[in-house]
Design a protein around this ligand. Structure first.
Ligand code: NAD
Ligand code: 6OD
Length: 486
């Protein structure tokens, strides 16, 4: 690991034991906006991944393993301050890698990354544990033993993250993992290496002991991702990405019985009842289907509208979709082609395309980029692949329903169960319907409104376990019972 070692990354670099390196082969990094090459990304070979795991293990045996929760929380706060101090740099890097609108990166991605570190500093510091005075039959008096719980870190934690919200989703795991005292080896998506590299720099500047946080870049299958998830020195894997990748990682993890936390794909429904504020429901669905061009796991791809307002809703949604102009590209040519293949499949399956359905023309450099039009479909049966499979693009299918039971049945008729949205002004209906939906998160009259203390995750093929608040701290630590005879 000696070639190309340098002290600060001006370009994507691995970060192992407190040192940046670009060891290994490299692959091109393309701008999704115009398809041009904007840099190169180093591909971590197996020995670099192994060195990162070893560095993490050594950190646990060294000063990092002896830090108190107070010390770790103050590291987290310093990291948050460090990102904030370089806010524009982080925004620029996120925009360059993803092509997302600058406003989105500046109001969601980077502020949430800062928020993740601050939230977990507060949560970990304020976390109570239980104690039980235990009376043993036959002994005199009361409280003859005291049982209390201490929390131990899991050890070396592998964190694998996707490209859609690169820094947000990476820090959503890194912050609680470090707060709980683990040492981390992170692998961001090969499509979005830049903010992760900046984060490593900020973490180094915050004074985290070498090896407590390590970063390796590269691809997933048969590459850095798989080298990491199959490494016997990894004690737990926290993964966000596609359900099929989760299945592959689970197979790697099985060999060493490694603990997993999975945030996976979705095919999220929205239910619009006739009593909803229709204008609000339309605007909400524009946001929930087309934010970040549909490349958020929580985005709505199935919309069910009660029959009396169906025509009015679909006309309004289509008009709003056609009016969208300032949207970003798909992450890659490959992903754009996948989304467009679903647009074609929808037509083959008998859909009516009420908005979009193709590739936009801008008349500027974006015509070389990876764009797909915001698209509204209708007329498909529930058995259509377009209605059943996650597309992860700016598209939704709208279908009618007649009553509450049918709406719930349609919402639940999916192998996924990540998020759902219910639009109604009937309070009783909202409370009746929300708990019946098979999803980890149900929003009523809103979408993606987040409180970082709440459980976040999916049911069925959408995930295993929960993140958020105490749920992440639970995953990243092992409760140990201490029983003291008094
Ligand atoms: P992906 O599964 O292709 O890749 C995610 C990460 O896994 C990348 O870092 C990739 O390199 C790595 N990877 C791929 N194969 C691997 C393997 N065999 N072993 C180890 N690592 C491997 O997902 P993506 O295309 O980056 O992201 C889109 C998907 O992620 C969508 O399905 C979306 O729904 C899902 N997602 C879910 C959530 C959630 O919170 N539930 C959030 C964001 C994205
Ligand atoms: O808001 C979050 O905490 C979160 N994990 C969002 C995930 C979005 C998926 O693309």
């Amino acid at each position: 690991m000696s070639d190309s070692v340098h002290n600060g990354p001006m370009k994507p670099a691995h970060y192992v034991n407190g040192v940046f390196t670009t060891t290994g082969s490299a692959f091109p990094l393309l701008s999704p906006v115009d398809g041009s090459q904007v840099g190169t990304v180093p591909e971590a070979p197996r020995d670099v991944v192994g060195a990162a795991v070893q560095a993490a293990r050594s950190a646990l045996a060294g000063p990092w393993g002896r830090t108190s929760v107070e010390e770790r929380c103050s590291f987290l706060r310093r990291i948050a301050d460090g990102i904030e101090a370089r806010f524009d740099e982080f925004v620029d890097a996120e925009v360059a890698d993803t092509g997302k609108p600058r406003e989105l990166a500046a109001t969601v991605d980077i502020p949430r990354a800062i928020g993740n570190f601050r939230a977990y500093a507060d949560l970990a510091y304020g976390r109570p544990e239980r104690a039980y005075p235990t009376t043993v039959p036959g002994w005199s008096g009361s409280g003859q033993a005291l049982n209390y719980t201490v929390r131990r870190p899991l050890g070396v934690v592998a964190i694998i993250s996707p490209w859609n919200l690169p820094l947000l989703l990476l820090t959503w795991k890194v912050a609680p993992a470090l707060a709980a005292g683990n040492a981390v080896v992170a692998k961001p998506s090969e499509e979005t290496p830049s903010t992760a590299t900046l984060l490593a720099e900020v973490i180094g500047e915050a004074g985290l002991p070498a090896g407590a946080f390590n970063l390796v870049h590269g691809h997933g299958a048969n590459a850095a991702g798989e080298y990491l998830t199959s490494h016997p020195g990894v004690d737990a894997i926290a993964f966000t990405g596609a359900s099929a990748t989760g299945a592959a990682i689970m197979r790697s993890a099985a060999d060493h019985v490694t603990a997993v936390s999975f945030e996976l794909g979705g095919k999220n429904p929205a239910l619009v009842f006739a009593d909803a504020d229709l204008a609000e429901a339309v605007e909400g669905t524009v946001r929930s289907s087309f934010t970040h061009s549909g490349q958020i796991c929580l985005c709505t791809e199935r919309v069910y509208v009660q029959r009396p307002v169906f025509e009015e809703f679909i006309a309004a949604l289509a008009e709003r979709a056609r009016a969208l102009k300032d949207y970003g590209p798909m992450i890659s040519a490959e992903h754009r082609d996948k989304v467009l293949s679903y647009y074609r499949l929808a037509v083959e399956e008998g859909a009516t395309v009420v908005a979009g359905g193709g590739v936009p023309t801008f008349g500027d450099e974006r015509d070389g980029g990876f764009y797909a039009e915001p698209t509204v479909l209708t007329g498909l049966p529930e058995s259509a692949r377009t209605v059943r499979e996650e597309i992860f693009g700016p598209v939704c299918h709208v279908a009618p329903f007649d009553d509450e039971d049918e709406a719930v049945r349609l919402a639940n008729d999916s192998r996924y169960g990540l998020a759902a949205t219910v639009w109604t002004t009937d309070l009783s209906r909202a409370h009746r319907v929300a708990p019946r939906i098979e999803a980890g998160i149900v929003w009523v009259n809103c979408w993606n409104l987040r409180d970082l203390r709440t459980p976040f995750g999916g049911v069925k093929a959408s995930g295993i376990g929960r993140e958020g608040g105490e749920y992440s701290l639970d995953f990243f630590s092992e409760p140990v019972n201490v029983c003291v005879k008094i």
